[in-house]
Design a protein around this ligand. Structure first.
Ligand code: UDP
Length: 351
């Protein structure tokens, strides 16, 4: 192998973006990942029977309002124009999220106009009824504790609107890579200056004298010397059904507490442009069950509270003392990053 002068440890969005920038700046980059394939939790699997792209770690929809990110990513993939809409199934009925006129008028049997909705929602009976129907159960299942004890910023991820817009995200730029997420990663890493080695974990002290960009769990990097950072995990149950369409859309949320899962993903709906896949008389669905995390489980969501954030800061301070080490990504920074935020952070790093 040619001499390398930078190492990227962790081949998710953050790491692959850094690798590409390094290579384009003329550096010889080695990308390593402890998993057998690149892509981190955005990795997909193509079902050999139907051609359906299965998001193995749960649905990923790329969305951003950051022009720099949007311009960068489109050098490596086209998007298919998919716009994300989410249904919530409550008490036997389907409602379009987010909280807007479509949901509110259906739930209360009203015909409120945009100018009426805000005073209607100021009535605590209305806001409480909505919160209890769509957020209390879902949030308790998702986080394993009542909504009052989680960071309120998490629930604020779901937009609130006074119109009929049922787009789940506020970002106009969104979609699914036309040829799939795996091809996005292949294209990002397809550069003569980049070498990739999978099944290769990183240990502190590997590659002495070479700059390392690390996006694995920050506590693991230090052998958990101050303790483990807590995560919320997920389990998935995937099923192949002999019908063309199970739920008519890509994601249905189940906020009711008596349903053990939080949502059902039906992946063929992410590629409505792929008429051959859409017409298949089979579909693949995946039920998502939130789960407690213990060392060795897949970490999905950082559990942010005073104690965990202080612990993460302690590890970050430790990392900052190590020359030639740059930390980033969701696992490295212990932050609930969306894909575009991880990419934006990688585009800002001085390389
Ligand atoms: N949430 C909820 N009901 C829903 C959807 C979301 O209570 O139907 C809450 C829940 O606490 C969740 C948070 O809003 O963790 C953020 O939702 P988002 O859809 O952004 O979660 P993600 O897709 O990142 O898991």
């Amino acid at each position: 192998m040619q001499e390398i002068n930078a190492v990227v440890a962790g081949a998710g969005i953050w790491g692959c973006t850094i690798a590409r920038r390094l290579a384009e700046a003329g550096r010889k980059v080695l990308v390593i990942d402890s998993r057998p394939a690149v892509g981190g939790n955005v990795r997909c699997e193509i079902d050999p029977e139907t051609g359906i792209e299965i998001h193995s770690y749960g649905s990923h929809i790329f969305h951003t309002h950051d022009d720099q990110v949007w311009n960068f990513i489109r050098r490596f993939t086209e998007f298919n124009g998919y716009q994300h809409k989410v249904l919530a199934h409550h008490n036997g009925k389907n409602y379009f999220l987010p909280l807007g006129l479509t949901l509110i008028n259906k739930f209360f049997g009203t015909e409120l106009s945009p100018s009426e909705v805000s005073s209607f929602m100021k009535d605590e009976r209305h806001s409480t009824a909505l919160f209890d129907a769509f957020f209390r159960g879902y949030t308790s299942k998702q986080w394993g504790k009542p909504p009052e004890s989680i960071d309120p910023g998490i629930i604020r991820r779901v937009p609130v609107r006074e119109n009929y817009d049922i787009n789940y995200f506020n970002d106009y730029n969104q979609g699914i890579p036309l040829r799939g997420y795996n091809s996005l990663f292949e294209n990002l890493l397809d550069h003569p200056g980049i070498t990739v080695e999978c099944n290769r974990p990183y240990k502190l002290g590997d590659f002495p004298g070479v700059k390392v960009f690390y996006s694995g769990p920050i506590d693991r990097l230090f052998d958990y010397r101050y303790g483990e950072l807590p995560w919320r995990s997920l389990r998935f149950k995937t099923e192949r059904l002999n019908i063309t369409d199970y739920q008519g859309t890509s994601v249905v949320n189940y906020p009711d507490i008596d349903v053990p899962y939080t949502r059902i993903h039906e992946f063929k709906h992410y590629h409505p442009e792929d008429k051959a896949v859409m017409a298949k008389t089979q579909t693949i669905i995946m039920r998502e069950y939130p789960a407690n995390w213990k060392k060795g489980d897949e970490p999905y969501y950082p559990i942010s509270n005073e104690q965990s954030l202080a612990l993460a800061d302690k590890y970050k301070e430790e990392a900052a003392k190590i020359p030639n080490l740059v930390i980033g990504g969701r696992l490295g920074e212990y932050k609930y990053f969306d894909m575009d935020q991880a990419m934006a952070a990688a585009l800002k790093i001085v390389i």
